[in-house]
Design a protein. Structure first.
Length: 543
C-alpha cells in the first residue's frame, strides 16, 4: 500500500504529541534540560520517520517494477511490509449447492433378441405365418402343392376349387454360436409344421405336427469348413457362397412351401467339407443321404417294373412311401464350386455322382448295379440397381429325385439291368427390390425323357413314358409365377412384418393320354401370406 505525503505527516504529528504528553511532567524540574531532551526526541522521531519514508519509497518502487520475492537472511526478523497491513476482505460465503437428483442413466442401445450363456450366444430364429391358399382345381393339398398330379378338368376334383387357411408354414428354431480355441462353432435347428398330418387335423382342430427341417453343426477354422447333420443339400442353389443358412440359399420367394416346379433341392443328412482359397471362391464335397427312387413323391409318376421284379417296389426301390427300408450302395457324392467376385455376381457349378444296386428277388445273390450322375450351372447377376437376374439349369442321367421327386431315377429292364432316366429342369427369372418392396417373376420347367422296354413276354411295355402308360407319367411340368413381398415394418428390436402375394399358373403334360381326353392338366393358384419374423441377429465372432 502506497502512503501519500499527508498520511506520513499526520503520523509524525501523532508521535510527537505522544512524546510531549510523556515529557511535560518533567519540565517543571529543569527547563533547559527538558528542552535539550525534547530536541533529542524530535531528532530521533525525525530519523525514524525518514527511515519509514525510505522503506515505503523502496516498496513503492518494487511494486511498480513487478513482484519480487524478498530475500531472507538469517538475521531478518521482520517483514518489509507495513506493521498494520490493510484489512483483507473475507471471501464471500459460498452457498452449498442445492441437492440435485442423480442424472438419468443413458438408455441402453436396442439390440436384436439374443442370449449369452457362458461363452455361447443363443439366438431364436423363425417366423409366424398366416396363409390363405386358393386353387382353381382341388389338388387335395393344404399349403404345399404336388406339382406332378394336378387333376384333369374332366375329373371330379378338376371341376372343384379349394380354399384353405393355415398356419402350417410358421417356423421356429434357434442357433448357437461360440468360439472354441479359434474354431468358430455354429449349431442350427429349424422346424415347421408341414410334416405328418393327424387324421383329425381338419375336423375341429388344426393339430399339425412339428417337422424337422434343418439340424446341423458347422465348424469353421481359417479357410476350412466342416458341416454334419441335416441341412439344405449342397446341390441346392445358393445366392452367395455355399451355405445352408436360409439367407444364403436360393429357394425363391414363393409362399408355396414346395416352392417352384423346376427347383433342384433337398434337405437331407450328410457330411460336408469346404475350402475357401479366397474370400471370392469356395469349393467343397459332400456325402449326402442316397435314395434309389422310381417316382411317387411330389405327385411324380411311378415307373412300371417287370413282373419278375415287382416286389422291388418299396423294398429295394423308393416309391415315395418307403421311408428308410430301401438299401443303398453308398452316399450320393456332391461336388460344388462357387464364385462371388462381387455382390453383383454369383456363379456355381455342381456335379453329383450316384450308384444304384438291386438284387434279383428270384436269385437273391445275383445283383445288378449302375452308376449315374447329374450336374447344374446356376447364375445370379445384378444388371441394374435392385434388379437381379437368376437362372438355374440342371440335367441328369438318373438324378430325378433332386427335381423335388418329379422324375424317377431309373427303370428296371426284364433282365434286371438298370437304366437311369434322363431328366432336367430350369428355374429362371428376375427379382426387383425397391425400398420395402420385392417383386419377382419366375418360370420353372421340368422335362422327363421316356425310357421304355418290353417285359419278359416280349409284348408288355414297361418303364416310363410308353404308349398306354398312366397319365401320371409326365413329359413336362411348367409353372409361371409372379409375386410381391411387401415389408410393412422392420425393426432390429421388434422384428419385421411382411405381406406376401403369389400367383402361379401350373401345367403338366403326360407322355400319353387317351383319345378324347384333355392333353394337359392345369390350374391357377394364389396365396396371401402375413408373416411376422422374430428379431434376431447372429453375433460377430472373431477367428
Amino acid at each position: 500500500m502506497k502512503m501519500t505525503q499527508p498520511h506520513w505527516k499526520r503520523r509524525a504529528v501523532t508521535l510527537m504529541a505522544c512524546a510531549l504528553s510523556f515529557l511535560l511532567p518533567l519540565s517543571a524540574a529543569d527547563p533547559a534540560s527538558e528542552i535539550e531532551q525534547l530536541k533529542q526526541i524530535l531528532a530521533d522521531q525525525q530519523r525514524q520517520i525518514n527511515e519509514l519514508r525510505h522503506a515505503l519509497e523502496q516498496k513503492d518502487a518494487a511494486a511498480s517494477a513487478g513482484p519480487v520475492t524478498p530475500l531472507r537472511s538469517l538475521g531478518q526478523v521482520a517483514s518489509a511490509v507495513p506493521v498494520l497491513p490493510p484489512a483483507t476482505p473475507l471471501p464471500a460465503p459460498v452457498a452449498s449447492p442445492a441437492p440435485q437428483a442423480a442424472p438419468p442413466k443413458p438408455e441402453a442401445e436396442s439390440s436384436p433378441l439374443q442370449l449369452k450363456i457362458g461363452d455361447a450366444y443363443i439366438t431364436p430364429v423363425g417366423f409366424m405365418d398366416m396363409t390363405l391358399a386358393s386353387r382353381s382345381t382341388a389338388t387335395g393339398n393344404a399349403l404345399a402343392t404336388n406339382f406332378g398330379n394336378i387333376p384333369f378338368a374332366n375329373t371330379t376334383k378338376g371341376s372343384l376349387t379349394e380354399t384353405r387357411l393355415t398356419a402350417q408354414n410358421s417356423r421356429i428354431g434357434v442357433r448357437f454360436d461360440a468360439l472354441v480355441k479359434s474354431v468358430k462353432v455354429l449349431g442350427y435347428l429349424e422346424s415347421d409344421f408341414v410334416g405328418f398330418v393327424p387324421v383329425n387335423v381338419a375336423a375341429s382342430t388344426n393339430s399339425d405336427s412339428l417337422r424337422l427341417r434343418q439340424y446341423f453343426v458347422q465348424l469353421n477354422k481359417g479357410k476350412f469348413e466342416f458341416l454334419a447333420g441335416q441341412a439344405w443339400g449342397m446341390e441346392t442353389p445358393n445366392r452367395v457362397g455355399i451355405s445352408p443358412l436360409p439367407a444364403n440359399v436360393f429357394i425363391t420367394q414363393d409362399v408355396d412351401v414346395n416352392y417352384q416346379a423346376g427347383l433342384v433341392f433337398t434337405r437331407q443328412s450328410g457330411f460336408r467339407f469346404l475350402y475357401h482359397p479366397t474370400n471370392k471362391v469356395v469349393f467343397g464335397v459332400a456325402l449326402e443321404n442316397p435314395e434309389q427312387y422310381i417316382g411317387g413323391s411330389g405327385g411324380g409318376g411311378l415307373t412300371v417294373l417287370p413282373t419278375a421284379y415287382a416286389s422291388l417296389l418299396s423294398t429295394q426301390l423308393n416309391d415315395g412311401n418307403s421311408n428308410y427300408n430301401v438299401p443303398n450302395l453308398h452316399p450320393d457324392i456332391v461336388g460344388k464350386i462357387a464364385f462371388d467376385p462381387s455382390s453383383k455376381f454369383h456363379l456355381e457349378i455342381v456335379g453329383i455322382e450316384r450308384t444304384f444296386k438291386i438284387a434279383n428277388p428270384a436269385a437273391p445273390f445275383a445283383t445288378q448295379s449302375k452308376a449315374a450322375g447329374a450336374g447344374s450351372v446356376n447364375l445370379g447377376l445384378q444388371v441394374a440397381p435392385g434388379l437381379r437376374l437368376l437362372t438355374n439349369n440342371y440335367w441328369s442321367d438318373g438324378g430325378g429325385r433332386y427335381i423335388f421327386g418329379l422324375a424317377p431315377d431309373l427303370i428296371v429292364r426284364a433282365n434286371g439291368s438298370i437304366s437311369p432316366v434322363h431328366s432336367g429342369s430350369t428355374l429362371s427369372g428376375f427379382e426387383y427390390t425397391k425400398k420395402n418392396s420385392a417383386f419377382y417373376v419366375m418360370y420353372g420347367g421340368v422335362y422327363i425323357q421316356r425310357d421304355t422296354a418290353f417285359d419278359a413276354n416280349g409284348t408288355t411295355r414297361i418303364g416310363y413314358g410308353f404308349t398306354n402308360s398312366s397319365n401320371g407319367q409326365n413329359r413336362t411340368i411348367q409353372e409361371a409365377t409372379f409375386g410381391l413381398n411387401q415389408t410393412l415394418m422392420r425393426d432390429t428390436k421388434w422384428g419385421a412384418v411382411n405381406l406376401m402375394f403369389q400367383y402361379s399358373y401350373l401345367q403338366r403334360n403326360p407322355w400319353f393320354v387317351a383319345i378324347g381326353q384333355p392333353t394337359d392338366a392345369h390350374l391357377q393358384m394364389g396365396f396371401v401370406n402375413l408373416r411376422y419374423t422374430l428379431p434376431g441377429s447372429a453375433p460377430t465372432l472373431g477367428r
